[in-house]
Design a protein around this ligand. Structure first.
Ligand code: PMP
Ligand code: GLU
Length: 397
């Protein structure tokens, strides 16, 4: 029997697999330090838990409109106006089961077979798979570490063909931590409007910015680019609500309508209790978020300094999200025991086997000379884990 040819080519999410492996090893009592985590290690704020209890106790346990309750979509409109300076109406918003689901539905709604989507590389590993699931073609645009992994407008322009349908901009970026400034976004916006190409703007890490970086929503720049942009965001990272599965998309009504039609036949509405809790969260002061970011910042600075003090390893200081891309190119060709380190997979395997430390191999993000470390891990564990990495590097021959 031949199963779906299209979906046979879709790979498992390595980030989720590595995270699950580290959690399983910990549960079995192993002294593992996991740098794979793509989720804040802080608890969901107490007032959000209380809101969920309120929803349960007040019978908010029924179907809601497929695109999310009007109250939540109105709260999202207020948030987008207040934080991002973009005016959207509730019928330009759809709430989905996490930002991952939002992005999946975006590509289902905008792509036809063979349509190309430009993806700056290193990229978050789910983008190419989502594009392929929608019959599109991922087209990768290489970036350089010395440019902080930012894509240039010239490189984007060169890659555009008559089939180009969209560009993915993920700022702040997973895995590389880059944050685009207003000028860079304005150039990309001008290109997208000129060529009539969608911008899929994944802003899930918007709160996690450091140093002089500022998060800017590309759709806020002018009405023209707003008409071509799908702004995706969600509750997972900023509110430490990864398990609640609430994400949302704001964009042109025609696209949102198609996304809603798809959603109405696939998942229906996202969880009603999580929707109510998200409505309360979005209108609240951001005290917990601010505390979380301060803690991330301390860990970021420690991690960057420590990595740069370890022989054969280096990294740039990222300005956003909670990941560091650690350059392992000088370790390639070395041996650990009888194993040769010939890329990010063998590096990650040897590190796990010898020191019980998990990292995500850069090959998953299209960057085999790197591994990704998350600092959504306590400072204490970061210190211990990096000390183990230091020992590992000393043992390489
Ligand atoms: N975009 C990026 C870049 C991410 O790292 C994540 C993390 N999972 C998501 C989207 C999706 O987040 P979620 O589905 O948990 O809202
Ligand atoms: N996005 C996070 C990561 O990159 C969580 C895992 C996932 O959804 O892929 O690790």
């Amino acid at each position: 029997m031949i199963l779906s040819r299209k979906n046979l080519s879709i790979s498992e999410s390595l980030t989720l697999a590595i995270d699950a492996k580290a959690k399983r090893m910990k549960a079995e009592g192993e002294d593992v330090i996991g740098f794979g985590a793509g989720e804040p290690d802080f608890p969901t704020p107490q007032f959000v838990l209380e809101a969920a209890k309120h929803a349960l106790n007040n019978g908010m346990t029924r179907y809601t409109p497929s695109s999310g309750t009007l109250e939540l979509r109105e709260a999202i409109c207020r948030k987008l106006k207040r934080d991002n300076n973009i005016n959207y109406a509730p019928d330009e918003i759809i709430v989905s089961n996490g930002a991952k689901h939002s992005l999946y539905n975006v590509f289902q709604a905008i792509l036809n077979p063979g349509d190309e989507v430009l993806i700056p590389q290193p990229y978050w590993l789910s983008y190419p798979e989502m594009v392929k699931m929608a019959d599109g073609m991922p087209v990768f645009i290489e970036t350089k570490e010395e440019n902080f992994f930012k894509v240039s407008v010239e490189d984007l322009e060169q890659a555009i063909t008559p089939k180009t349908k969209a560009i993915i901009i993920n700022s702040p970026n997973n895995p590389n931590g880059c944050v685009y400034n207003e000028k860079e976004l304005a150039e990309i916006a001008e290109l997208a409007v000129k060529k009539e190409i969608f911008i899929v703007s994944d802003e899930i890490y918007e709160e996690m910015v450091y140093d002089d970086a500022e998060h800017i929503s590309i759709a806020s720049l002018n009405e023209d680019i707003k008409g071509f942009t799908l702004t995706v965001n969600g509750m997972s990272k900023a509110y430490a609500m990864t398990g609640w599965r609430i994400g949302y998309t704001a964009g042109p009504k025609e696209v949102i309508k198609i996304m809603n039609n798809i959603q109405s036949h696939s998942t229906s509405n996202p969880n009603s209790i999580a929707q109510y809790a998200s409505t309360v969260a979005l209108d609240a002061p951001k005290n917990e978020i601010k505390e979380m970011i301060q803690e991330f910042d301390k860990r970021r600075l420690y991690m960057v300094d420590k990595i740069n003090s370890i022989p054969y390893l280096s990294c740039k200081r990222p300005k956003g999200a909670f990941y560091v891309m650690m350059n392992i190119s000088k370790a390639i060709g070395k041996r650990w025991g009888n194993k040769e380190i010939n890329g990010s997979l063998s590096f990650a395997d040897a590190l796990l086997e010898s020191k019980k430390v998990t990292v995500v191999p850069g090959i998953a993000f299209g960057a085999d000379s790197y591994v990704r470390l998350s600092y959504a891990v306590s400072l204490d564990k970061i210190q211990k884990g990096l000390d183990r990495i230091h020992q590992f590097m000393n043992e390489l021959e």
